[in-house]
Design a protein around this ligand. Structure first.
Ligand code: C2O
Ligand code: CU
Length: 467
């Protein structure tokens, strides 16, 4: 009985507190809820129809998810509703965002349980091409389809005839039924190059095509949404310029001459003129010199625009805060990339404990960043707000890695000591040493991890703290 009366008292107090809070709550209840973004199961025809539809995990029933688009300087709000059978969260890749909105389960928020919801609301300080994707067990969730584009428009967009978003991906499908091949966490892919698909596509289609006229000027926003594939691309019947990388405008547009390399999570904005004749096919080819090239995105040239080819495009307007001052004097923090098949490390720190490679392998861990295996209690670095930081990453493995910093863009330092363009994801080929510099101007806990998502889940995830 004492228990019951205590309960009664508690509940009565709760009721009173509830009543007291009611007037304050009323305006909030009356406000319109943010638009929904629903994570749910769906079926999508990824492979040719003979193979059947693929059961996917989607945002709003489509793969990729809906293209979110807003003006620079505006605020984006979405209520994530989780109708999946697993917990999830959304990361807004490349946005200089409030830490609490970064979507990293286990670091910036709790995962959203099945049936639960979470309100994301944040400012969009930079124009450009960004994307959003699951950041809870992303190795599996992104491979199953939880990704979409986030486009932030310049106040005055460049003068083009059309603006197209192309989210490049690959899917590992079972040829018997078109379903995803299971084993998203297969040890072989985690310890090697990652999960590679057997079907490549754009915007959820293996036969993606768009139409344009000869002489049209197009803006193409390329996003690599694949788990592990590095896309090597060439242009056919299109001539043009790179105008932005990872969302951030280049100070001078660069003529595309040869291959475009797009590591997982990276973006390239192109402005291209259609030079192919009317009635022919132009487009984006994917492949290598050794394996040959195949059409990844077709541009069907349906006619001829009256306009003759124009001058080189003017640079996109710069986003705020573009410089990294005083980098030469900032201490250089060393981050070796270690492990993986054929170069297994001998030991690493896992969950606060030093462990041998065999013990790590048994826990599905194969990689380390500066000796740290996976997200640990201690950050790689504690930086004071506004401080310029330098990190030298050295790839001591035999696999490429795409290292992504959350919350802030960095500049890669060239061999001559000069700073390259702003990026949020850097590709490191084996034996590469890449030095990045950035201003730690965004307070919070920020991941620095490999965007080969099987690697990230198998040790290549670390974090920095800005306070
Ligand atoms: Cu695009 Cu930590 O992710
Ligand atoms: Cu990696």
């Amino acid at each position: 009985m004492p228990t019951a009366s205590t309960d009664l008292r508690l509940s009565r107090r709760a009721v009173c507190a509830g009543l007291a809070a009611l007037p304050a709550l009323r305006p909030a209840l009356a406000a319109t809820p943010p638009p929904l973004l629903t994570a749910r199961e769906a079926r999508v025809q990824l492979a040719p129809p003979a193979y059947g539809a693929t059961p996917v995990w989607s945002y709003d029933g489509t793969l990729p998810g809906p293209m979110l688009r807003a003006r620079q300087g505006s605020r984006l709000e979405r209520r994530l509703v989780n109708d999946l059978p697993v917990p999830t969260s959304v990361h807004w890749h490349g946005i200089r965002i409030d830490n609490a909105m970064d979507g990293v389960a286990g670091l910036t928020q709790d995962p959203v349980a099945p049936g639960g919801q979470f309100d994301y609301a944040f400012d969009l300080p930079d124009a450009g091409t960004y994307w959003y994707h699951a950041h809870t067990n992303s190795m599996e969730q992104v491979a199953r389809g939880l990704a979409g584009a986030l486009i932030v428009d310049e106040p005055t967009p460049p003068d083009v005839d059309a603006d197209h978003m192309l989210l490049l991906d690959d899917w590992l499908l079972n040829p018997d039924n078109g379903h995803f091949v299971d084993g998203f966490d297969h040890p072989m892919t985690r310890s090697h190059a990652g999960r590679m698909g057997n079907l490549m596509g754009v915007n959820g289609r293996h036969d993606f095509a768009l139409q344009a006229r000869q002489n049209d000027r197009l803006r193409l926003r390329l996003i690599n949404g694949a788990n592990a594939r590095i896309f090597v691309l060439t242009l056919e019947g299109l001539t043009g310029w790179r105008v932005a990388l990872d969302g951030m405008p280049l100070e001078t547009p660069e003529m595309v001459d040869g291959q475009l390399i797009l590591a997982p999570a990276q973006r390239i904005d192109l402005i291209v003129d259609v030079t192919a004749e009317a009635g022919t096919t132009a487009g984006l080819l994917s492949g290598t010199e050794a394996d040959g090239w195949r059409l990844l995105a077709e541009v069907a040239v349906t006619g001829r625009a009256a306009r003759t080819p124009r001058e080189a495009p003017v640079p996109l307007p710069p986003n705020p805060r573009m410089v990294v001052p005083g980098a030469a004097d900032a201490p250089l923090l060393e981050m070796p990339l270690q492990g993986g098949a054929m170069r297994g490390m001998t030991s690493g720190r896992y969950q606060g404990q030093e462990m041998g490679f065999r013990a790590l392998m048994q826990r599905g861990q194969y990689w380390a960043l500066a000796g740290q295996v996976g997200l640990g209690p201690e950050p790689f670095a504690r930086l004071s707000r506004g401080e310029t930081a330098r990190i030298a990453m050295t790839n001591d493995t035999i696999f490429p890695h795409a290292m992504h910093l959350h919350g802030m863009h960095f500049r890669q330092t060239g061999p001559d000591g000069r700073h390259g363009p702003l990026r949020d994801t850097a590709l490191l080929m084996p034996d590469d040493r890449v030095e990045i510099a950035f201003v730690a101007d965004n307070p919070g806990k920020w991941l620095l991890h490999c965007h080969m998502l099987g690697h990230a889940a198998s040790g290549m995830t670390h974090w920095i703290e800005v306070a």
